[in-house]
Design a protein around this ligand. Sequence first.
Ligand code: ADP
Ligand code: MG
Length: 700
Amino acid sequence: MTERSNFFETKIEFLKGVGPQRALLLNKELNIFTYGDLLQHYPFRHEDRSQFHHISELNELMPGAQIKGRLKEWTVTGEGFKKRLVGTFTDGTGSIDLVWFQGISWFEKSLRKNADYIVYGKPTLFGSRYSITHPDIDPLTAENANGGTWQPIYPLTEKLRKRFVDSRAISRMVRTLLEMATPHIREPLPDSLLAQYRLMPKADALWSVHLPPTQAHLQQATRRLKFEELFYNQLRLIKSKILQKNEFPGQVFDKVHLVKQFYDKHLPFDLTNAQKRVLREIHQDFQSGRQMNRLLQGDVGSGKTIVAFIAMLMAIDNGAQACLMAPTEILADQHYQGLKVYADLLGINIGKLTGSTKKRARTILHEELQNGSMQILVGTHALIEDVVQFQNLGYCVIDEQHRFGVAQRSRLWAKNERIHPHIMVMTATPIPRTLAMTLYGDLDISIIDELPAGRKPIKTVHRYDAHRATLFGFLKDEIAKGRQVYMVYPLIEESEKMDLKDLMDGYESVSRSFPDVPLSILHGRMKSQDKEYEMARFVKNETKIMVATTVIEVGVNVPNASVMVIENAERFGLSQLHQLRGRVGRGAEQSFCVLMTDFKLSQDTRKRLETMCRTNNGFEIAEVDLELRGPGDLTGTQQSGIMDLLIADLAKDGAILKEARLSAEAILETDPELATPPNLAIRAHLNSLRQSETNWSRIS
Ligand code: ADP
Ligand code: MG
């Protein structure tokens, strides 16, 4: 994210020491096309080459050690895979082995016995003797005898290494470039921010991130570059949010008779404080005269639907219509059935539109929507089709947003050209705050962080496959009490066949152990009609155990199901485990989640299982998930906004992000167009970033 000027757009092949062939490699392997790209190819760690260690000081915890000494002799031993060159290296305090498995003949030719070298590598203990495998090795010279600097280690590929483009080669290119570039580097952050957060100037930061004189410099440089990156990321998102707000008016819904009536006469429970707070937030948006774009996050079972419904009442009270879009027929049907009970009490006309709605019913529906006599429409994707026209659509709710794209959101907008409907996206996949700020920075966010009173928390346990008999005994008891059970198997695309086999084996074993119990089976290879049929049987309590892959619906509500067994739990991510667990715990009974695994488990897996057993809080789980997996995996999609980040890490840089966001907000609050003199430079830089982003998309 360097200043866009001709200098930084110079093609990388023109850099001294690169040339056309290496340039091609850099293009292909690292996406480095220009000088600017190279400067932003940040090292991911550094090795301390500033000091020497004695062999007598080595220990296994050292990430790497630099030693000055003499290579006494070497031998080549072993056959095939195990063939290796082993050298004896001493420094007067002790002796270690240097080991090479690759490039043996090259080293035999170029190393000299009884010559002095500097080596660097990670010491490993074998018996009582240390060895370093594939050390960096350089002949001792007058220049390197007193130690070097912190050496950058860059992301590389195998192909680059084979062509001798290693971290050192990159580092040499970067140094050459920095020497020329320094006079061209302009400061993209205003002085006020540099002072407020004590940030290093840009040019210094670029030098120090690549070639830090000390570790302290490296830390300061990294913080500074992360801040800049996140500051511009937030600036862009907040700016587009402001623009949207100013550009698009929204209908004003200020009458609340219906809401009052519903509240006083029909609401079967007290709303939680979190639900009330969110309703106030929505109500404020509805009165603002601006179009609302809001994300409603709430854990499974937190009661998002009733909030959506009460907000619909605000729209209807003011002469507008509302719709709710769900990702599947089953979910649409459940929402329809649930809301119809309330709508009937209030004399509101509610309809359902899905792919399987018959033509006749459809015609009537279309007409009622168009003449305004139908106030609420619940449906699937079917409701965004162009033939579906409303008289005055004022409010759209999208449930379980991760299955809907931005494109679909905008098609809903277009359902009311005169004045776009307010939009609320609901998701049960909690996203950590840091991630939400970048992923959904252009939406307003509401959070329901409280479950309705009286819910019994789901009891979660981890069991090994060896204890299956006990598990089946437990399931029998629960079924005898009238409950239903889910048994879920993983489904990962690469090994679909294997998964299907696991599922079928599981189904067989369950059928044998529960001969008198009606079962359902559900997996991705089934026709969608068959899936719906099986799911419906389970919903109606005709079957007691649902053996399924993860295709079972997010958000489906079977209050009578009280046990969730997750097979091969080690193969699921945390959020996914939590989502699946959310299928139970919806009724009055105590619910259980059983995580089944093999004995052998990685450390990460243990942490996931331990987290699941410890807490039911989706936000807490999301934080751990972000820590374990990093932001890219967590969202599951290549959402822009996080994939652009080159140096900041959303899992770790929450504190910097917060500062950057506050700074961006403060600046935009007083000068939303960035049009006053102190902010003109910021605007210019922001625009230059936009341009280089388009370049990126062209390339990749
Ligand atoms: P989700 O947020 O997962 O979509 P739902 O909206 O389906 O959750 O709500 C789950 C259940 O909780 C529903 O049966 C709903 O009627 C009930 N519910 C919602 N809010 C409350 C409340 N404040 N008190 C008691 N029950 C509630
Ligand atoms: Mg829901």
